[in-house]
Design a protein around this ligand. Structure first.
Ligand SMILES: [Ca+2]
Ligand SMILES: [Ca+2]
Length: 218
């Protein structure tokens, strides 16, 4: 099982800032068995469409096409792990070369209701999706980007400068959270300054001691 990053990598090259998007995590086997592993709203770079055997489609409630991404799926194989005998590695190589995990990023559409994968124009997967069921509870596939059921504390970090500190972001990721952590940073800064002053003082004392010693020797 390998994670394929090339789609995301190329999209980073093409765009400057991530936009509101829907991320689909899909696994596909070489014999065209596709599984929708997960999906949720995010901020990311949209996967560019390119010539390929596969197409990934986002549809509305009436199954009208909202957005389509064509792509090639490359089935990578792990090499022989270090120290493994060839015989033992065969199964692993076989398994990893027949299975690929893809991250496909679509622009965000409020009416997105179906996700579909086609290979050579034949549908190999079609799933109903729901980014919000408006029941007042924040659930799977829902977060504050897509759903009013969720608050900022939804287990998902949105590190935007939107005057709202997202408690799910690690320290220093969300610029709005800096005000709250600045007292800690100041304290750390102060102690760093103390160390530098102490070091300088130590150097001065040592120079003085050396000079005095030299004078006494004369
Ligand atoms: Ca809900
Ligand atoms: Ca959050």
């Amino acid at each position: 099982m390998l994670v394929l990053f090339f789609l995301m990598f190329f999209s980073i090259v093409n765009a400057a800032t991530p936009e509101k998007a829907i991320l689909f995590v899909v696994s596909i086997t070489k014999d065209s068995n596709a599984t929708l592993e997960n999906y949720f709203a995010t901020k990311d770079f949209i996967t560019p469409s390119e010539a390929g055997d596969y197409s990934f489609e986002l549809l509305d409630e009436k199954k009208n096409l909202l957005y389509k991404i064509n792509a090639n799926v490359v089935f990578h194989s792990l090499g022989i792990p270090y120290g493994w005998p060839l015989e033992q590695s065969k199964d692993l190589i076989k398994e990893t070369s027949t299975y690929e995990v893809l991250y496909v990023v679509f622009p965000f559409f409020n009416g997105a209701s179906y996700f579909r994968i086609k290979k050579y124009d034949k549908t190999i997967l079609e799933k109903k999706i729901n980014l919000c069921n408006y029941n007042g509870t924040c659930e799977e596939h829902e977060n504050s980007l897509s759903c009013s059921d969720c608050s900022a504390s939804d287990g998902f970090c949105v590190p935007d400068a939107d005057d709202m500190c997202d408690p799910d972001c690690l320290l220093g990721i969300d610029p709005d959270c800096e005000q709250q952590s600045s007292s800690k940073t100041e304290a750390r800064g102060a102690s760093a300054t103390n160390y530098i002053l102490f070091g300088l003082l130590l150097v001065i004392v040592l120079i003085l001691a050396y000079n005095i010693k030299k004078r006494f020797k004369k």
